[in-house]
Design a protein around this ligand. Structure first.
Ligand SMILES: [Zn+2]
Length: 341
């Protein structure tokens, strides 16, 4: 990446009201069949346009192509029963009715590759594509077949690797795996979570990222955050192994969170996507606030490895708020970029 402090977003942007219910996470599509395919592409173009107008350097589809960051991918796999569901506790925080794994999981066709090709055809900027991470996939399902989280994660990692290779072929510059579960199951992360992630990126030549956050600004997450105390040290137990992993970029929540920033020192040498925009708050950050967060993080990250970013996805926000937050991110990064050169 030639630009110093290239900006990007960690994931989703709000969807237009004609595509799905606004300000609602994971709301169902309002269109069907051909109209849905066309609607998703129109929304992708709008989302890309808003990122480019705001001056975002590494762009994505704003997750206009998926209803849910995990289940939309799983819907395309064989071996999973979406009809007879089971209620499980997600990341130990909230109950959800989830699909059941009933047979060997396989990927009969590519999932997002056509969407990624479409995004590639619409912009000359570097593009990033997000996939769910293997551990977070396991945590969003009931497993009635493998009866082992580790084994199921390994099967998902192989499937993700097939998809990632096709995304790379389609011209994706950075493939990101969303692993909020890394913030919860520390022993599993160190025992098999990072190994599964490395299996998912095996043989890729494009850059790879892992996004580890404290979740969307939904009630279950904000309530959970209240129980974590004044210092959130969750990252501390997984950073040393991540630092030694072959993942290129780590995407973290920083602004307005209680993560002690010095923990980032444990990742020295990695590229860091620094969350400088709070997604659980409708107040738009000023450019100076963004700049401050970036300056604070620069103590622990070399300037050529810092990517100003959002804490998490912005899907549940009002569109004007998300748009203003994109602009603040870009303006804040510009301030610090000028100081560095
Ligand atoms: Zn996130």
């Amino acid at each position: 990446m030639k630009t110093l402090l290239p900006t990007t977003i960690s994931g989703s942007l709000p969807k237009p009201s004609w595509l799905s219910e606004p300000e609602t996470l994971w709301s169902p599509w309002k269109l069907n069949n051909e109209a849905l395919i066309e609607g998703k592409r129109d929304a992708l173009k709008l989302s890309l346009h808003e990122q480019q107008c705001a001056g975002i350097d590494i762009v994505c589809d704003g997750e206009q192509t998926r209803q849910h960051f995990v289940t939309t991918f799983i819907e395309h796999l064989n071996g999973v029963d979406f009809e007879n569901r089971e209620t499980v506790r997600i990341r130990g925080r909230y109950d959800a009715s989830v699909p059941r794994v009933i047979d060997a999981v396989t990927r009969p066709n590519s999932v997002f590759v056509e969407d990624a090709k479409f995004l590639r055809s619409q912009t000359d900027r570097p593009i990033k594509w997000a996939l769910p991470g293997p551990m977070t996939m396991v945590d969003t399902l009931y497993d009635a077949h493998y009866k082992s989280r580790e084994k199921l994660a390994w099967e998902f990692a192989k499937i993700l690797n097939q998809e990632a290779k096709e995304l790379e072929e389609a011209g994706v510059d950075i493939i990101q795996f969303d692993e909020p579960a890394f913030n919860v199951f520390f022993d599993d992360v160190n025992e098999w979570g990072i190994a599964a992630l490395e299996r998912a990126v095996e043989g890729l030549k494009c850059e790879t990222a892992v996004h580890i956050c404290y979740g969307y600004g939904i009630k279950a997450n904000t309530e959970w955050k209240k129980t974590l105390g004044n210092e959130w040290r969750q990252y501390e137990s997984i950073f040393p192994m991540l630092q030694r992993s072959n993942i290129d970029i780590i995407s973290l929540e920083c602004h307005n969170s209680r993560v002690p920033l010095e923990l980032i020192e444990l990742l020295r040498g990695k590229k860091i996507m620094v969350g400088a925009i709070d997604v659980a708050n409708h107040t738009v950050e000023t450019a100076d606030e963004v700049a401050n967060t970036l300056r604070n993080v620069l103590k622990y990250v070399d300037a050529d490895k810092l990517y100003p970013c959002t804490n998490c996805g912005m899907a549940p926000l009002q569109r004007e708020v998300a748009r203003a937050k994109l602009k603040a991110l870009s303006d804040g990064a510009a301030i610090v970029r000028n100081e560095c050169t």
